[in-house]
Design a protein around this ligand. Structure first.
Ligand code: B1M
Length: 210
């Protein structure tokens, strides 16, 4: 019988080879691919996210776990497509115009992918018009804006306004070190998340997915 717990453990340890080998074995043994994803790979990322929130592990461990999941996903992804398994939501993320910081955004990207979202990272220094265009063309349910500078925070308000004016219906989540819930409320964002692990919880709540 496929050992999905062992897959989760391999992800937690950041063991790329083991995560991949066990994922392949589980596919060969006929385990449901959705279970390999949910209980194995996402299960592992859930554990690492919870440990990170408790400060039991730090960013390097999160990055290594995410890399193990990504490697195993290379072989699981075609099986998910074949089985018609869909992502739990479509998410676009970018750092707002004038801002080149991307380490936090990349962590949010990894955690969201790890939780089963389809994520399109549109990069750094993203003008409002590009957020609008990408949100419309992708049909994403959720758009994430990141900013690390007090001088680029107003770019979030500008982006939100542009999206509303353009009729974008996606929910909008904001985050980044200088942000607060009060600021998110003031500019009319749908949600604020203080860190990447919380971003996953907030996104799931916003879209009512588990
Ligand atoms: Co810059 N920088 N930087 N910087 N930089 C800060 C942010 C700063 C606080 C340093 C300082 O002065 N103490 C300061 C901002 C001050 C302010 O605005 N009040 C600053 C400055 C001033 C600048 C420049 C203007 C410096 C200069 O050139 N004079 C310049 C600006 C460039 C630009 O963007 N136009 C600049 C440049 C740079 C580097 C390029 C050298 C580099 C960025 C490299 C990169 O990102 N690829 C850099 C770095 C590394 C930093 C610090 C040291 C670290 C930022 C970081 O990556 N943190 C930072 C000081 C600090 O924070 N100690 C600093 C780690 C990361 C994991 O945390 O990004 O907060 P963070 O992400 C968290 C959460 O915020 C949250 O989740 C993440 C993980 O938990 N989160 C979200 C982030 N986005 C989210 C989105 C969400 C939800 C949660 O939903 C969508």
């Amino acid at each position: 019988m496929a050992d999905l717990k062992a897959i989760a453990e391999a992800v937690v340890k950041g063991d790329q080879a083991k995560a991949t080998e066990l994922t392949k074995a589980a596919i060969d043994q006929g385990a449901p691919v959705k279970s390999i994803l949910d209980e194995g790979l996402i299960g592992g990322m859930d554990i690492i996210a919870a440990r990170w929130k408790r400060n039991d592990v730090y960013i390097p461990e999160v990055l290594i776990a995410a890399r193990a999941m990504k490697t195993a996903m290379v072989i699981l992804e075609p099986e998910l497509v074949k089985a018609g398994v869909k992502a739990i939501g479509k998410f676009i993320i970018g750092t707002v115009e004038g801002d080149l910081h991307d380490i936090g955004k990349n962590l949010v990207t990894m955690m969201m992918k790890g939780a089963g979202f389809e994520v399109t990272d549109i990069g750094i220094d993203v003008p409002a018009a590009r957020f609008v265009e990408q949100a419309k063309s992708s049909g994403a349910e959720l758009v994430g804006l990141s900013a690390l500078l007090t001088t680029t925070m107003p770019g979030m308000e500008k982006t939100l306004k542009a999206m509303k004016e353009a009729g974008v219906t996606a929910k909008i989540m904001v985050g980044g070190a200088p942000l607060t819930q009060a600021y998110a409320d003031k500019i009319g964002a749908d949600a604020y998340a203080a860190d990447a692990a919380t971003a996953v919880e907030v996104a799931k709540n916003l879209l009512s997915v588990n």
